[in-house]
Design a protein around this ligand. Structure first.
Ligand SMILES: Cc1cc2nc3c(=O)[nH]c(=O)nc-3n(C[C@H](O)[C@H](O)[C@H](O)COP(=O)(O)OP(=O)(O)OC[C@H]3O[C@@H](n4cnc5c(N)ncnc54)[C@H](O)[C@@H]3O)c2cc1C
Ligand code: SF4
Ligand code: SF4
Length: 1017
């Protein structure tokens, strides 16, 4: 049994007092969070480092940040340190601190009015780049600096790291599109920095405030040291981050623009609250030419020539990245856009984009390139080009870039303990040296026998490489330092820099060597903004005059330090938990994407797959610290079951529980999860929260008593069919207020679904399917068997939505096949969800045994509810391994696709239907939408898939009192807007839970798509 994990990670009394005073004085309207779970959720980003903050402030307004800093200015709080944070997607620990994180991503999301004439807009620092562009697209404008994390990185983070990416050749870096920035300085003053010259500049320099000092100091350095600055700053399109002394002053116009120093300052000078952005017209023409090569080197060497063809961008990926993409859900959308070349090996690709507002010009450029490619291919070229494909549809272009954007994450999904890690991942050298630089880079990595994937913005000389290391191995951590140093030298040799895109962060120690004598000028800049080194200390440089302040180091404490405390066997068994690399792909705000509905709705990073995986990592570590091996505990619970002695012990632990238990913080995060499984497929690393959540519940409830409602779950599949024998009686009782009250109070359930009445048996009375008789079926000839289809029931649909099963039977009959209804067998998914793993394994074994016997008949087995059918494939396989056997139960759509020719419609219906597919189905069967569209097309019906997130029901989740409000709110966020747009009677819903949720929320029924087919055939 697991112990109580009562060792609270202490909070420095100074910080505790600061948080309490901030809350008590009432000037701070946002949230102040310092639970261990909250601190853990902000202890990592996408870097290799881990640092526990003292707490997190979520300001609601800039005034909140001012209040927080003014309080910190009091004598008693002078020891408090801060770091700003946005999306937390940084790759070098930029936002990590042991002090207070000020996270602007939760609330500072306002967007001002667009000025279409000037092409500007003002936005707050927590605005996410893709979201911003969605809001302003109606003006034909967009914020053009690009980055792979555009669906989760914030403006504050983009400005601070001076982000850029695909398209930077034309669109440039973030700093080139910032007209001014609003910044709260360490003294609590809110200042707007923008371009000033002449009298205005003089007036600024005359100010007696910290703002005035900043103007005076920066002017003095930028003008006085101009020649040294020009010499030291490389002439690259990806110029240096922190601090941009080269562009802050324009000698020709005499303009001083402090916002150019704020851009790329990596959160070390102040807290950005907003900025005025320069917008770009949306190109009217966009097209890709995806060129395929026999090697990565061929792709790289061809890139400079492509750049000269007037393209928007050239992005290169290697075969390793390509291979990882093929294993991911993202591949489904691009598989026809990047096909193999028969007889050739494709080991590199250049994604070449043509884009602009002059469509004719872009088209000419593109045709020119295509002609050249055709010529090269005809002549049997010697440059490694083996083929190309074009795509001009916006959705296809977006799909290719979605794959490219996911590349970093995908690399993290590599097998084995060595995982690609970020530390030399954004080098930049002049593009003409890139191929030679990469050759040496490869030699270096090969000499250490390291695996790696490569891709990058070859047009700008940026290379993304993440060597695979196991940082749980101390020796490999040493190797990280060695390689880091060597790459720093290598980039210098080729006239480049090590931090071309993602900022310096923990690589700040390379700064002094790089800048030489100029480094002190950077320190003077830091010194005037932050003399006491309180904002993100240790990053970029220490303030001038503060010689006791040190820089952070590449050798700082890494995640591996904590992970290696978890025994290797446990790490391996829970490998998806430990592999989460914090890339933040699970922080999607898009309500049409299945990715994490709880994070989307709550905006709380704890309630995301990353948050949950982080808690679980720590939980496994603390168990080890307490001398408990979870794998052994799992074996014990599996072998022993629940004895009377256990029950007594659990009762004792539950009743006498006093004080803190970290497991409770984990429990809270797990209870909120819907187990929708979106993370298991959408996360590039396939972090499968429902899987480890079930394992957590299993162990948690080996110590404590379960909630009473779990008993109902445990016996649900046995009791529901019994209740269904007297549906009218049970429905009546359930509708009575006292019964509802008791069910809610005692069992914790609400809105208990209504049993189908008439029951399935009655519904099928008229056209009864063939009775299932295994012996009789075995005796049939192969030809006779081929005429039959076995209908697999599940408890939920049969008992609560019997008409759907009836219609499947009827539909099968209409195709000319003989439907045979299999007896109802428990599936156990609900047991798995609640962590009854022993009981689930027993159920799964028995049910598998039955279906394996039936499967031998060679007759297709078809199930109706996607979540249940997919459970046979996923959870059954994980639990039983080879013992699961080979039985196959098809989803309805799969069987229909196999039998398309049997679908001949009687009537015609010109109006479209709309498909809302189940989350798990879309996640585990990415072709779901296309499959159903194809089936409907066969019967001359138009089906339009609607991209929607989770409906909020997820099995029993929405029926629990604890989750009722959240479940309904998730529905209102993701599904309700669909029914405002489309008529409910034309919307078709594949999941039983989803139909239940619609029934509850809209007080109306929606149909399964098979029911429409049944109607029309
Ligand atoms: C998979 C992956 C791909 C990436 N691809 C790219 C890419 O193509 N191009 C690119 O440029 N970057 C890329 N990055 C790096 C990162 O996403 C960007 O640098 C991004 O701009 C960081 O934004 P954020 O909101 O997540 O910032 P955070 O990670 O929260 O913070 C980054 C830095 O900004 C500071 N900061 C954040 N908000 C503020 C604020 N309001 N005021 C002052 N300082 C602040 C922090 O202190 C920190 O130093 C990638 C990262 C990942 C994980
Ligand atoms: S859970 Fe997945 S998507 Fe989220 S941060 Fe971890 S690896 Fe990235
Ligand atoms: S199962 Fe769904 S709700 Fe739970 S963490 Fe994964 S995506 Fe989020």
């Amino acid at each position: 049994m697991i112990p109580q994990l009562s060792k609270e990670i202490s909070l420095d009394p100074l910080y505790l007092s600061y948080f309490k005073t901030l809350a008590a004085e009432g000037a701070f309207a946002g949230e102040i969070e310092y639970s261990y779970a909250a601190r853990l959720s902000a202890a990592t980003d996408n870097s290799v480092y881990q640092l526990l903050p003292a707490g997190i402030l979520f300001p609601k307004t800039p005034a909140d940040i001012q209040a927080a800093l003014r309080l910190a200015a009091r004598k008693e709080f002078r020891g408090i340190r801060f770091a700003p944070r946005g999306g937390g997607t940084g790759t070098n620990g930029g936002s990590l601190t042991s002090g207070v994180i000020i996270d602007v991503s939760r609330h500072l999301k306002g967007i001002g009015a667009v000025d279409p004439e000037k092409r500007t807009v003002h936005a707050e620092a927590g605005v996410i780049k893709d979201w911003l562009n969605e809001q302003i697209k109606q003006y034909g404008l967009f914020f053009s600096p690009n980055l792979s994390t555009s669906n989760r990185a914030t403006l504050g983070g983009m400005i601070s790291n001076d982000a850029s990416g695909q398209g930077s050749l034309k669109y440039g870096k973030t700093s080139q599109h910032i007209l001014d920035t609003d910044v709260v300085l360490m003294d609590g003053s809110l200042v707007t920095f923008g371009p000033v010259s002449g009298d205005e500049l003089k007036a600024k320099m005359d100010l007696a405030t910290i703002e005035g000092q900043i103007y005076r100091t920066v002017y003095e350095i930028a003008v006085g040291k101009r020649d040294e600055i020009v010499k030291a700053f490389p002439d690259l399109t990806r110029f240096l981050t922190g601090y941009d002394l080269k562009h802050v002053w324009d000698p020709e116009t005499g303009v001083l623009d402090i916002s150019r120093i704020i851009c790329g300052a990596e959160g070390t000078l102040g807290f950005i609250t907003g900025a005025t952005l320069d917008l770009t017209p949306v190109p009217s023409f966009r097209a890709l030419v995806n060129i395929k090569y026999d090697s990565f080197d061929s792709a790289l060497r061809h890139a400079p020539e492509l750049v000269n063809a007037g393209v928007l961008s050239v992005e290169t990926i290697d075969s390793c990245v390509f291979a990882m993409a093929k294993k991911d859900i993202v591949w489904y959308q691009v598989k026809d856009l990047l096909t193999e070349v028969p007889g050739k090996t494709m080991d590199g690709i250049n994604i070449v984009e043509f884009a602009g507002t002059d469509a004719a010009l872009e088209k000419v450029r593109m045709d020119l390139l295509i002609n050249t490619l055709n010529e090269e291919l005809r002549e049997g070229n010697s440059r490694g080009i083996i083929g190309y494909q074009t795509c001009t549809e916006l959705k296809d272009i977006q799909a290719v870039y979605a794959m490219r954007k996911k590349a970093v994450g995908l690399l993290g999904n590599a097998d084995g303990a060595e995982k690609p890690v970020a530390f030399v991942e954004d080098t930049v050298v002049p593009p003409e040296h890139l191929a030679d630089f990469i050759k040496e880079f490869r030699e270096l990595l090969d000499s250490h026998h390291l695996r790696y994937g490569m891709f990058g913005h070859v047009d700008s000389g940026v290379l993304h490489v993440r060597p695979a290391l196991d940082l749980c191995d101390p020796e490999q951590e040493v190797m990280l330092r060695t390689i880091s140093d060597k790459v720093a030298e290598l980039t210098a040799k080729y006239g480049g820099i090590m931090w071309g895109e993602h900022g310096r962060g923990y690589r700040s120690e390379y700064g002094p060597k790089y800048y030489g004598g100029l480094f002190d000028e950077l320190r003077r800049v830091k010194g005037v903004f932050d003399p006491d080194n309180r904002i993100n200390p240790g990053k970029i440089c220490a303030p001038y005059g503060n010689d006791s302040a040190s820089l952070v180091s590449v050798d700082a404490v890494k995640r591996g330090f904590y992970d290696r405390q978890i025994p290797p066997g446990v790490r391996q068994s829970y490998n998806r938990v430990v592999s989460c690399n914090g890339n933040g792909a699970c922080f999607s705000y898009d309500t049409t994407s299945p990715m994490c509905p709880t994070y989307k709705f709550m905006g709380d990073r704890i309630q995301s797959p990353k948050g949950r995986a982080g808690l679980m990592r720590e939980w496994l570590r603390e168990l080890e610290e307490a001398g408990v091996n979870p794998l052994l505990e799992e074996k014990l619970t599996e072998a022993r079951g629940v004895t009377l002695g256990d029950l007594a012990r659990k009762t004792w632990h539950t009743v006498t529980k006093r004080g803190y238990d970290f497991s409770d913080e984990v429990l809270e995060a797990m209870n909120v999860c819907l187990a929708c499984k979106a993370c298991a497929s959408q996360c590039p690393i396939k972090v499968d929260v429902p899987d480890f959540r079930a394992r957590f519940f299993n162990l948690y409830y080996s110590r404590y008593l379960r909630p009473a409602g779990d008993l109902l779950v445990r016996h649900f599949e046995e009791s529901a069919p019994l209740m269904a024998r007297l549906p009218a009686l049970f429905n009546k009782v359930n509708s009575l207020s006292p019964a509802k009250f008791m069910v809610k109070k005692i069992l914790g359930f609400v809105d208990v679904p209504v049993l189908s009445s008439p029951v399935l048996k009655e519904l099928l009375r008229e056209k009864a399917p063939e009775r299932f008789d295994l012996n009789a079926l075995e005796k049939l000839s192969p030809a006779e068997r081929a005429k039959r289809v076995l209908i697999v029931q599940d408890t939920f649909t049969t008992v609560y939505d019997a008409p759907v099963v009836h219609d499947l039977v009827s539909l099968v009959a209409k195709t000319g096949k003989i439907p045979v209804l299999l007896p109802l067998k428990p599936n156990g998914k609900a047991l798995h969800i609640r962590g009854y793993l022993r009981e689930f394994a027993v159920t799964a074994a028995k049910t598998s045994d039955f279906y394996n016997r039936v499967f031998r008949l060679g007759i297709p087995m078809v199930g109706v509810d996607p979540a249940i059918v997919l459970c046979y494939r996923d959870e059954y396989r994980k639990t039983l391994g080879a013992a699961r056997g080979d039985f196959v139960i098809q989803l309805t759509q799969e069987w229909l696709l196999d039998n398309l020719s049997l679908l001949t419609p009687r009537g015609k219906d010109e109006n479209p239907y709309y498909l809302l597919a189940h989350c798990t189905q879309k996640s585990l069967k990415p072709g779901t939408h296309d499959d159903w569209v194809k089936i409907f097309r066969q019967v001359s019906l138009k089906l339009i898939p609607v991209p929607v997130g989770c409906c909020g029901m997820a099995g029993l989740y929405g029926h629990t009192a604890a989750n009722e409000a959240r479940s309904q709110a998730i529905y209102r966020q993701n599904w309700a807007p669909v029914f405002q747009k489309y008529p409910l009677n034309r919307c078709l819903v594949t999941g039983f839970s989803c139909r239940e949720q619609v029934k509850r929320m809209e007080h109306a029924e929606v149909r399964h798509p098979l029911q429409v087919l049944n109607e029309i055939l």
